[in-house]
Design a protein around this ligand. Structure first.
Ligand code: ATP
Ligand code: MG
Length: 347
């Protein structure tokens, strides 16, 4: 199911955000039904073994609005994320994806509404949150090894400062590094590593504290296909085995499409929430972007085609690419509309 809201301040579907025909029956405020093989359940309560039935959602946003000055990034956002649920957060550059994560990290306050992590207010340094930040290159001269970076993700209070605590900490760091297959380079200085190697260690850092909520900001950036699969597989295993809820910001949905329970799509103050099949349609994206957008399915992959100025709305320099990075631009893959001159198609 899907939700919609607009920047018009009413917080309900309006003429300019009315649900298109192919999503009729999707009620605002409703949560998506879980896919049958996924650990979440339709009512937002966890289906993960061992989770108390009455447990609060892992993440909740209630009528949440975020703006800076006159600019509203998103308005009246309602989202309840169950334990173990995998949410892809999509949207063009500047739509407020990173800002959403920063709200949940307690780094940014909402303009209105409420955010909850496991039923409590977000706060900086929350031990239940693992965070993979949007990629930054490591400054030259920073003398941090991979093992040091992963160690920063360990909450020292959990194991105390005694010998046993330190040994446990070392064991956890080594296990997290092994999980991401980074043993061979983890002791090297970060500045000497490739972007992909650094990214594996960021994943290890985010997971080493055994988080209940994992916030990932474009974690597949600069990873080759094998590493993308490895990293997304690790995150998927984590949420299935431990019930970790995942908010995964990405411009490339195809590498994670089989894992995604629901998509949160942010565009210009408006948003949609629903399963990939519900949100990733020509009608929904055209309505969100207020211009023609074609969503095609090619060999099980999603291809988003913009035309003319649409590309600017979709993001620049291929940033809004629902496909693998590095794939050459192709002409209209469906070849169904000769009258159109798509600038780019992403596969
Ligand atoms: N503290 C702040 N004060 C003022 N404006 C801000 C602040 N933080 C973010 N913004 C603005 O809010 C907008 C959304 O930023 P954000 O980083 O959330 O976008 P994004 O969706 O993550 O984009 P990208 O895909 O490029 O990473 C940007 O225009 C940014 O400049
Ligand atoms: Mg961002």
């Amino acid at each position: 199911m899907s939700e919609t809201a607009s920047a018009n301040g009413r917080g309900t579907p309006s003429a300019d955000t009315a649900l298109p025909a192919d999503t009729s029956g999707i009620a605002p405020g409703a949560q998506s039904a879980a896919q049958p093989d996924k650990p979440n359940s339709p009512n937002g309560q966890s289906a993960v073994p061992g989770a108390p039935a009455s447990a609060p959602p892992a993440v909740a946003l209630e009528s949440a609005t975020l703006g800076f000055g006159d600019r509203i990034l998103w308005r009246e956002l309602d989202l309840s994320v169950a334990r173990g649920e995998f949410i892809a957060v999509l949207g063009p550059n500047g739509s407020g994806k990173t800002s959403l994560l920063r709200v949940l990290l307690g780094q940014l306050g909402l303009s209105a509404g409420r955010a909850r992590i496991g039923g409590a207010s977000p706060r900086a340094g929350h031990p239940d949150i693992g965070y993979i930040p949007q990629q930054r290159t490591i400054d030259a001269g920073v003398q941090l090894r991979g093992t040091d970076l992963v160690g920063l993700g360990v909450d020292g209070h959990r194991w105390g400062l005694g010998l046993g605590g330190r040994a446990e900490r070392r064991r956890k760091v080594a296990a997290a590094i092994a999980d991401v297959g980074a043993e061979k380079f983890a002791r090297a200085p970060l500045e000497s590593m490739s972007g992909g190697e650094q990214q594996r260690l960021r994943v290890a850092q985010a997971l080493v504290g055994d988080p209940a909520v994992l916030l990932c900001d474009e974690p597949l950036l600069s990873l080759d296909l094998a590493s993308q699969q490895l990293v997304s597989g690790l995150i998927d295993r984590r949420r299935r085995d431990h019930g970790t809820a995942v908010l995964f910001v990405t411009h490339e949905i195809n590498p994670i499409l089989p894992l995604v329970d629901r998509v949160l799509y942010l565009v210009d103050g408006k948003f949609r929430i629903g399963t990939p099949d519900e949100v990733m349609t020509s009608a929904v994206l055209s309505e969100l972007y207020q211009t023609d957008v074609d969503v095609l399915r090619v060999r099980g992959r999603l291809v988003v085609v913009g035309t003319g100025d649409t590309m600017d709305a979709l993001g620049t320099a291929g940033a809004h690419c629902h496909g693998d990075p590095g794939t050459p631009h192709t002409p209209d893959p469906a070849g169904t509309d000769p009258g159109r001159q798509p600038r780019q198609a992403y596969t």
